[in-house]
Design a protein around this ligand. Structure first.
Ligand code: UGA
Length: 453
C-alpha cells in the first residue's frame, strides 16, 4: 500500500521503517529540512538500536519530503505522528497535530484516504482531527467533488524507546479504533503481515519463538484513545506500586527483588514493570498520567490511584538525595558521581530523566556532580547548558576522589565495571544502586558500602 507518515520523531520514523520492511511504499514528511536531508542520506535522527541498519535495508521503499503535496495525494493511508509535547500546565500542545490535519485536508485527492492518529492524543482528538480535515478539504475542493473522501482512525503506539523495532515488528497486540468499516478494512490490509507474522524477520531481529498471530483489537475511536492512556498509566502504577512496597521492604529487612519475583510469577500480576528503583522518566508516563488525571477532572472525576502513582514517582527522586544525605551526613563540597543520564538504557532521550532532577538537587545542596553516560552526554550538553556538572568520558573517571556514586541508568556496560579499581580511587567507597540492579556481592567484595533506594 502507499503510506504517508507525518512527523519523523520516534514513533514516525519507526513506523515508517517497519511498514517499509513489510513491503509498503512509505513517504515520510517533516517540516524540518535538516532532518529530511539527513534521513535522505540514510542517517537516523534518533539513537535507537537497529534503526540505522533497517533504514538502509528498506531505502528503496522509503521517501522523504518536506512537502505535503508530494506525499498526501498518492497515499491510501496517512499516519499523523507529530509531537504533542506538554505545555506549561501539563496539557499536550496540539498545534502540530492541528497543522498536520489542515495540511492533510488541503491535499486530499479524492481517493478514499484513511488518516490515522498515531501520536498520543487527548481523548476526543479523533473527532477533532476529522473536523479540521473536513474543513480544509471543503475549503480546497471548490469545484465540489463528492463522495466519502476520508475517515479518521486511531492506532495507538505501544513501542518502548530502546526496543522500538522489536516492539513494532513483534507487538503484543494492534489496536485500531475506527467508526468506519472501510477504514478498518484498509488498516487490516496494511497490518496483515504483522497480524499474521508472515514477513521475513530482519537478520538482526529474529522473531521471538513463542510469538504466534498478533491479536487485533478493533474498537471505536474513543476506546482506542483511552486504551493508550490506560495502558501507560497501568504500567506507571505498577512501577510506583513496587516502589512503595520497596520502601516497606527496606524497613522490615525484606529484599524487594525477591518480593517482585514472588508476586510477579502470579500470571494475574506478571513479572514485568516491577523493577524497583528511582522510578519512571521519559516522555510518556509523566505526560500521559497527567493527561489522564486532567481529562478525568474535565468530567468531574478524580483519579486517586493514578494521582498517587505520580506522587510516589516524584518522591523517589527526592528520596535519592535524602538517602545519600543520611549516608554521607553532609553533601556540601562532596563529589558525587552519577552513572547514567538517559531516562533508561539504550536511548539518548533525556526528557523527564531522573538524573537531571537528581543532579540539580545535589548541586543545590552544594555537592559537585560528575556524570557519565555512554550516549546521552552530547545531548545533555546541548539541551541542558545550565546543568552544573562535569562530564566524564569514561565511567571510571567519575570515581577519582569521589565521595559517592549513584547508579541512575542501568546501562549494561555498568554491570561489569572494574569496581575494585573504582573503589580504591574514591575518597569514600559508597554507592547507591538506584535501580536495584548491580551485583551487591561484587560491590561488597570490591570494598563498596553499597545501598539501595
Ligand atoms: C512507554 C511504554 O512502555 C510503551 O508501551 C509506550 O508505547 C511508550 O511509553 C509511549 O507511550 O510512547 P518508554 O517510555 O519508551 O515506553 O519506556 P519504558 O520501558 O516503559 O520505561 C519508562 C520508564 O519506566 C523508564 O524510566 C524506566 O526506567 C522505568 N521503569 C520501567 C522502571 O522504573 N521499572 C520498571 O520495572 C520498568
Amino acid at each position: 500500500m502507499k503510506v504517508a507518515i507525518i512527523g519523523t520523531g520516534y514513533v514516525g520514523i519507526t513506523t515508517g521503517v517497519c511498514l517499509g520492511w513489510l513491503g509498503h511504499d512509505v513517504t515520510c514528511v517533516d517540516t524540518d529540512d535538516g532532518k529530511i536531508e539527513s534521513l535522505r542520506a540514510g542517517v537516523a535522527p534518533i539513537y535507537e538500536p537497529g534503526l540505522g541498519e533497517l533504514l538502509t535495508q528498506v531505502a528503496g521503499r522509503l521517501h522523504f519530503t518536506t512537502s505535503y503535496v508530494d506525499a498526501i495525494p498518492r497515499s491510501q493511508v496517512v499516519f499523523i505522528a507529530v509531537g504533542t509535547p506538554p505545555t506549561a500546565d501539563g496539557s499536550p500542545n496540539l498545534q502540530y497535530l492541528s497543522a498536520a490535519a489542515q495540511s492533510i485536508g488541503a491535499n486530499l485527492d479524492g481517493e478514499f484516504t484513511v488518516v490515522v492518529n498515531k501520536s498520543t492524543v487527548p481523548i476526543g482528538s479523533g473527532n477533532w482531527v476529522e473536523s479540521i480535515i473536513r474543513e480544509a478539504d471543503e475549503k480546497g475542493r471548490g469545484s465540489g467533488r463528492r463522495g466519502e473522501r476520508f475517515a479518521v482512525a486511531s492506532n495507538p503506539e505501544f513501542l518502548r524507546e530502546g526496543t522500538a523495532l522489536h516492539d513494532s515488528l513483534y507487538p503484543d497486540r494492534i489496536v485500531i479504533g475506527a467508526d468506519h468499516a472501510r477504514a478498518l478494512e484498509m488498516m487490516y490490509t496494511l497490518y496483515r503481515p504483522l497480524l499474521e507474522q508472515s514477513f521475513a524477520p530482519p537478520s538482526f531481529l529474529p522473531r521471538p519463538d513463542a510469538l504466534g498471530a498478533v491479536p487485533l483489537v478493533a474498537t471505536d475511536l474513543a476506546s482506542a484513545e483511552l486504551i493508550k492512556y490506560a495502558a501507560n498509566a497501568f504500567l506507571a502504577l505498577k512501577i510506583s506500586y513496587i516502589n512503595e512496597i520497596s520502601q516497606l521492604a527496606g524497613k522490615v529487612g525484606a529484599d524487594v527483588s525477591l518480593v517482585a519475583n514472588g508476586i510477579g510469577l502470579d500470571a494475574r500480576i506478571g513479572r514485568r514493570f516491577l523493577q524497583a528503583g528511582i522510578g519512571w522518566g521519559g516522555s510518556c508516563f509523566g505526560k500521559d498520567t497527567a493527561a489522564l488525571v486532567s481529562t478525568a477532572a474535565d468530567y468531574g472525576l478524580a483519579m486517586p490511584i493514578v494521582s498517587a502513582a505520580r506522587e510516589v514517582n516524584r518522591r523517589q527522586r527526592e528520596r535519592v538525595v535524602e538517602r545519600l544525605l543520611s549516608e554521607l551526613k553532609i553533601l556540601k563540597g562532596k563529589i558525587i558521581g552519577l552513572l547514567g543520564l538517559a531516562f533508561k538504557p539504550n536511548t539518548d532521550d533525556l526528557r523527564d530523566a531522573p538524573a537531571l532532577d537528581i543532579a540539580r538537587a545535589l548541586v543545590a545542596r552544594g555537592a559537585r556532580v560528575r556524570v557519565h553516560d555512554p550516549v546521552a552526554m552530547d545531548r545533555a550538553r546541548r539541551e541542558h547548558p545550565q546543568l552544573e556538572v562535569s562530564y566524564c568520558a569514561e565511567p571510571e573517571e567519575i570515581a577519582a576522589q569521589a565521595d559517592a556514586l549513584i547508579l541512575v541508568t542501568e546501562w549494561p556496560q555498568y554491570r561489569d565495571l572494574n569496581w575494585a579499581r573504582m573503589a580504591s580511587a574514591m575518597n569514600s567507597a559508597v554507592i547507591l544502586d538506584g535501580r536495584h540492579w548491580l551485583d551487591a556481592t561484587a560491590l561488597a567484595s570490591a570494598g563498596f558500602r553499597a545501598f539501595r533506594l
